[in-house]
Design a protein around this ligand. Structure first.
Ligand code: SF4
Length: 449
């Protein structure tokens, strides 16, 4: 029994979503080949020899990139059982079925994928997919990273000293206890999360350290969903690997509620905290059900600074409620909070994505602007009531794309000028930040979800 596991894109990381099921399948006696198309080519013989070809679809971009590959694999090996698994597999089940997928598995997929492979090997009917409401509690296994490109093939951390570090990736929890309306995790996990045992997390990190990794990205949707578990993980991490650094994602609400833990993050090697700030506009934050206000953002920024932690915010800069004036106010808020160097330029261009299953689709203010589902973009289209806002977004994203190697500040200044011009507003000089660019650690992989 041969299984081919394919990833198309995972934000410059060695795909956890291949390594974890590979451990389950190999443990069940399945011969596994892993291919990360973001870093290597697909060999025809690995396709033609596989009885099961499974695509890891954790995010929107990965799913879009998988579509032509699924078509190619169907023509190369029409008898292979095709499967999609991961967050976006469930959200795009009908599309995957149309493409010829025989099985579509959810976010907690390892056990189901193993059962599917065993059924195919034994010639028994493939197991039925779990009910939408069920979310299994898996007995997690240590991911098996054999056969994947080495960590040196992936994104690198540029740390606060100007040095680079080889980056690894793991997850200490999966899912999320929150229900932000724009988040693709919500339709699948529905406010639930699962904790990965500490010994599994540390063993996975240890394996990556042996491969040269010196920084770990914790991919937990929110590291503080289970703060006691999270703190135990990083304390054990620091005890075991005192020179290792790491980064985590924590929502504003949790940064404030668990502020007492921020110093521990700093002391255990946290290089930076990503936080989905999304907007400074309280109306937009309310529609997104983010659980924080613009005032909370300022408090969280201050809290992180006091603790000596670098905060790197992410945004949904363009929404149906963005105006030319509010976009300028958004840039002003970034500048006032001294965050210009902490914001990756792509964040200044992100447009609200409405994938299949998005909870936002049922919100009355979204229903007024949303169009048809775009099968190429794998999202619902929407146009801003003011075409000048859509035009500005197109200009901003083009500008970001053209200036890939420029400093964040230089790109921000160009967007600052452009936005004020388009809004026909006086363009005030941009205040100098107090922090030097080199002091902000960052991963050298553009961010697309
Ligand atoms: S807190 Fe983050 S991961 Fe959780 S639902 Fe909100 S956006 Fe999604």
């Amino acid at each position: 029994m041969r299984a081919l596991l394919i990833a198309t894109y995972e934000m410059g990381r060695q795909p956890f979503g291949l390594a974890s099921p590979a451990a389950w399948l190999r443990n069940a006696g399945v011969e596994v080949t892993c291919v990360d198309l973001a870093r290597e080519r697909l060999r025809d013989d690995s396709v033609t020899q596989a009885q099961l070809v499974a695509f890891f679809l954790p995010m929107h971009m990965a799913t879009r990139l998988a579509v032509p590959v699924i078509r190619k694999i169907r023509s190369l090996n029409p008898s292979a059982h095709l499967c999609g698994y991961g967050l976006y597999a469930m959200l795009n089940e009908s599309l995957l079925r149309d493409l010829g997928a025989h099985s579509v598995l959810g976010a907690e997929f390892e056990s189901d994928l193993e059962a599917l492979a065993i059924a195919l090997r034994e010639g028994t009917p493939p197991p039925q997919p779990i009910a939408d409401t069920a979310l299994p509690h898996l007995a997690f296994k240590v991911p098996d990273r054999r056969g994947l490109p080495p960590p040196t093939s992936y994104a690198t951390l540029h740390d606060s000293t100007g040095s680079t570090r080889c980056v690894g990736y793991t997850e200490a929890s999966r899912g999320c206890r929150h229900t932000c309306r724009h988040c693709p995790i919500v339709p699948v996990y529905k406010g639930r999360f699962r904790v990965v045992p500490i010994n599994i997390v540390l063993a996975d990190i240890g394996n990556q350290v042996e491969m040269g990794v010196r920084h770990i990205t914790f991919g937990d949707p929110d590291f503080f969903n289970g703060p006691v578990h999270a703190i135990e993980v990083v304390q054990r991490l620091a005890d075991t690997y005192p020179d290792l650094t790491y980064d985590v994602t924590i929502k504003v609400e949790h940064l404030l509620a668990h502020a007492k833990y921020l110093a521990t993050l700093r002391d255990t090697g946290c290089a930076f905290v990503t936080s989905a700030v999304e907007s400074f506009d309280n109306h937009v934050l309310e529609i997104l059900n983010k659980g924080h206000s613009s005032q909370d953002i300022a408090r969280a920024v201050a809290s992180c600074r006091t603790a000596g932690l670098v905060l790197t915010p992410t945004f949904v800069a363009f929404t149906p409620w963005t105006t030319l004036e509010s976009y300028c106010a958004y840039l002003q808020a970034i500048a006032s909070l001294d965050l210009v160097d902490a914001v990756a330029p792509i964040q200044l261009a992100i447009r609200l994505l409405l994938p299949e299953g998005s909870s936002l689709l049922t919100h009355k203010e979204v229903a007024e602007v949303v169009g048809e589902f775009d099968k190429n973009m794998l999202s619902y289209s929407w146009c801003h009531a003011d075409p000048r806002v859509d035009a500005l977004q197109a200009e901003v994203i083009a500008l970001v794309g053209q200036h890939g190697t420029a400093s964040r500040r230089a790109i921000f200044e160009e967007i600052w000028t452009l936005a004020h011009e388009r809004a026909v507003l006086h363009c005030p000089p941009l205040a100098r930040n107090t922090q030097a660019r080199v002091a902000i650690p960052y991963l050298n992989e553009p961010w697309y979800c």
